[in-house]
Design a protein around this ligand. Structure first.
Ligand code: FES
Length: 102
């Protein structure tokens, strides 16, 4: 279990190990786009992990390739549908409020 803090709303929720950040955000009622339903194909679920990056699963090849094609990607970027909560560290994510333009 880890606590997920969501910016900009400031909401905090408890998330179980193995849950994707996308699933956690949706269950919290956050307006996160997910056009490809979590298949690392659309990039619309792009978020920034502001804190607790070690508490999230590593970036796999598919996610990396998709991130490479998105505008505005930085070192904190993740696809919410691919990043799983490990439960080892609390996490703070920032919703970007815009799609990737794909
Ligand atoms: S929902 Fe499409 S890449 Fe995450």
């Amino acid at each position: 279990m880890a606590t997920l803090t969501i910016l900009p709303s400031g909401k905090t929720i408890d998330v179980g190990e193995g849950t994707t950040i996308l699933a956690a955000l949706l269950s919290a009622g956050e307006p996160i786009p997910h056009k490809c339903d979590g298949n690392a194909k659309c990039g619309s679920c792009h978020i920034y992990v502001q804190e607790g990056r070690k508490g999230v699963s590593k970036i796999a090849r598919e996610e990396n390739e998709r991130l490479d094609s998105i505008v505005g990607v930085g070192s904190k970027s993740r696809l919410a549908c691919q990043a799983k909560v490990l439960g080892t560290e609390n996490i703070k994510v920032e919703l970007l409020g815009f799609g990737s333009g794909l």
